[in-house]
Design a protein around this ligand. Structure first.
Ligand code: NAP
Length: 293
């Protein structure tokens, strides 16, 4: 039976990949490479067919047994791991040594021209090592509203970012997970391609908070601040230096860049329309209405 190893399985994208792969009911040995076996098993207790292996990007001694017998590796870069030579080079070399030929890598829209970001280097490394690959390049996650931006929304009905009027190309993580599952299922059809996955809307944070306010029925405001103030505020709130910098670059740089493209890949792959922001906010609205502090 074909074995697929999913990294990052307990996170936003990974858990959708596991969900959609399980839904497809393939004859597949679906194995999750996780660093906390017990909590992962608890999270996926409702899918008893899953296999688990101990895997930690920071512990190269976990690579060999995790990679053994794997036909397709789904590779995700956890947000806090950026050093490609330290973490991804040894992993990809170990994958090669273990006879893995196929990789589906969760990259990011525009990675091919953003030399500064780790995804660019990882893509290049996958090419250099001669893997067959599918690069999934999604745009800005709608789920940023329900994860990293959520504490401030719940506590203050506010989003503070250094993003000015920059328009983001929003996409639902569920649509990305579904695409990845189909790419894994039909690997040879998409082999050696990059798939840009986006929704159908460009919106700035003024527009998004206005939409949220209408749907949730409470005023949610957007406050754009300069990057230095943003850094100071977030560090005072206890965010790590690395994560504050990631947030800063993710939201400040788009002010100076062309708004990213909308793509039809999701529609082409699934025959469906991607989730709209309105649908997403309606679906998740209960999450936004926490007790105001
Ligand atoms: N946010 C956006 O708008 C956006 C847009 C495009 C692309 N992306 C890319 O999407 C990726 C993030 O995906 P995500 O949101 O699904 O991330 P996430 O929710 O933060 O999940 C990260 C996953 O990685 C695992 N992990 C962390 N450190 C690990 C380690 N040392 N060894 C093994 N596993 C480890 C975590 O497992 P534990 O349960 O053990 O912590 C978790 O399963 C990033 O590469 C980011 O650049 C993001």
């Amino acid at each position: 039976m074909k074995r697929v190893l999913v990294t990052g399985a307990t996170g936003n994208i990974g858990s959708e990949v596991v969900f959609y792969l399980s839904e497809l009911n393939l004859k597949l040995d679906l194995t999750l490479g996780v660093r906390h076996l017990d909590s992962a098993k608890e999270k996926f207790y409702h899918i008893p067919t899953l296999q688990y292996r101990n895997f930690d990007f920071a512990e190269p001694n976990t690579f060999r047994s995790a990679l053994e017998g794997v036909e397709i590796l789904f590779l995700l870069r956890p947000p806090q791991i950026a050093d490609v030579d330290t973490y991804f080079k040894p992993l990809l070399e170990a994958a090669k040594l273990n006879g893995i030929h196929k990789i589906v890598f969760l990259s990011v829209q525009g990675a091919e021209k953003s030399k500064m970001i780790p995804h660019y280097k990882i893509e290049k490394l996958i090419l250099k090592l001669g893997f067959e690959y599918i690069f999934i390049r999604p745009s800005y996650f709608m789920q940023n509203l329900t994860t990293t931006l959520l504490p401030e929304i719940k506590a203050k009905r506010q989003i503070t970012l250094p993003a000015g009027n920059a328009k983001f190309t929003w996409v639902d993580v569920k649509n990305i997970g579904e695409t990845i599952a189909l790419a894994i299922k039909n690997f040879d059809d998409y082999k050696n391609k990059a798939l840009e996955i986006t929704g159908t809307e460009h919106k700035n944070f003024y527009e998004v908070t206005e939409l949220m306010s209408t749907i949730v029925g409470e005023q949610i405001t957007y406050r754009s601040i300069n990057p230095i103030s943003f850094y100071i505020v977030k560090r005072k709130e206890g965010l790590s230096r690395e994560f504050t910098l990631v947030m800063l670059l993710l939201h400040f740089l788009p002010r100076f860049q062309k708004t990213p493209n909308l793509s039809n890949e999701y529609q082409n792959l699934t025959g469906k329309e991607p989730t709209s922001l309105e649908e997403f906010i309606k679906r998740e609205q209960q999450i936004f209405i926490g007790k105001k502090t």
